[in-house]
Design a protein around this ligand. Structure first.
Ligand SMILES: Cc1cc2nc3c(=O)[nH]c(=O)nc-3n(C[C@H](O)[C@H](O)[C@H](O)COP(=O)(O)OP(=O)(O)OC[C@H]3O[C@@H](n4cnc5c(N)ncnc54)[C@H](O)[C@@H]3O)c2cc1C
Length: 312
């Protein structure tokens, strides 16, 4: 029996495991995740209708489960310089990141993927006997870093700072608001992802962020700053942070990650333990942040290729 290991149980690792299990029912597919099933960071994520169509084509069952949990909207509303512009017919849905993970975990269980939580993978050589190891360990992949000489990553940390917050304020549209300050512009984008919760992401240029002293503020002070700045869009609702896992400032940078190679076919213990002609698979897990919001594209068996990951 073939053994396939997914290192990391985020959306990419879980979705790959589900699709691989369906494409090769006789294989043993295992997912190793350092967190517990209900641990997560961040709030809701957005998928466009087109991404949902890809989900449906790739795996109708998980698509059904996702659609039963999401919040759908069509409009984009832009607020700038006291004016509001609304554009319709876009088609997006929001879902809590935790809910999405739980849906995929449940589906993985149903199709027979073995999931091990609270398991920190120190080194993928622990899976030396696996036929394929998929490094789905996220944008800051340790596997990619450890084998940098092979993958040749090209990483650019982008200059904008963002903070990922939540609120109980409902939003009927994908809402973008721009607010000037004496040091420069801040942008907020917000969308509802469940009956009573919305995501709010606030973003600004590094120099504006520093000029306001946000690099020296503790997370609650940053949250209060954003609440004051965008009060008119929050309608009296509070902003909330769940970034307790982050040390220091809760403001992060997006990174653009490219790698020259996405597989190490002939190197023992990673991606494939030995050349296996009956497994002509490659892996594509594409995450990208486009101007209309970040999204995950689908992963299709049997020819799964892995391509560039993360840009903004
Ligand atoms: C602010 C923000 C907003 C976003 N909004 C959207 C959105 O609206 N729509 C969208 O599609 N995407 C969005 N994204 C992107 C989305 O979060 C990523 O594309 C997605 O999480 C990538 O999935 P992944 O499985 O590759 O990585 P991750 O979600 O990072 O998962 C990697 C997993 O591997 C585990 N792991 C890592 N190393 C180890 C180890 N050594 N041992 C064991 N486990 C390990 C981690 O715990 C984690 O669970 C957003 C991201 C951010 C930061």
């Amino acid at each position: 029996m073939k053994r396939i290991v997914c290192l990391g149980g985020g959306p990419a690792g879980l979705y790959a495991a589900i699709l691989l299990r369906k494409a090769r029912p006789s294989a043993r597919i295992e997912v190793y995740e350092r967190n517990r099933p209900d641990d997560t960071f961040g709030w809701g994520v957005v998928f466009s209708d087109r991404t949902m169509d890809n989900f449906r084509a790739a795996e109708p069952e998980s698509h059904r489960a996702i659609t039963s949990s999401f919040h759908h909207w069509d409009d984009i509303a832009i607020h700038i310089r006291g004016r509001r512009f609304v554009s319709g017919g876009h088609g997006f849905c929001g879902i809590g990141r935790k809910r999405l993970l739980n849906v995929l975990q449940e589906r993985a269980r149903e199709v027979g993927v073995q999931q091990t939580f609270q398991h920190e993978v120190e080194d993928e050589s622990a899976f030396a006997d696996a036929d394929l190891v998929i490094a789905a360990d996220g944008a800051n992949s340790r596997t990619r870093a450890r084998h940098a000489a092979v993958f040749e990553p090209d990483i650019e940390v982008r200059k904008c700072r963002y903070i990922w917050l939540g609120t109980t304020r409902p939003f009927s549209a994908f809402t973008f608001a721009f607010e000037p300050t004496r040091h420069g512009w801040f942008q907020m984008h917000a969308y509802q992802f469940s009956k009573d919760l919305s995501t709010v992401i606030v973003e600004t240029r590094e120099e504006t962020w520093k000029a306001h002293g946000l690099d020296r503020l503790e997370p609650p002070e940053s949250v209060a700053f954003c609440e004051r700045l965008f009060a008119r869009y929050l309608d009296g609702h509070k902003l909330q942070s769940n970034a307790a896992h982050l040390r220091g400032s809760a403001w992060l940078n997006f990174g653009r990650v490219l790698t020259k190679r996405w597989e190490m076919p002939r190197i023992p213990h990673i991606f494939r333990s030995a050349p296996a002609p009956s497994w002509p698979w490659r892996m594509r897990l594409r995450s990208r942040v486009s101007p209309s919001g970040p999204r995950i594209s689908n992963v299709r068996p049997p020819r799964i290729t892995r391509s560039a990951a993360w840009k903004c």
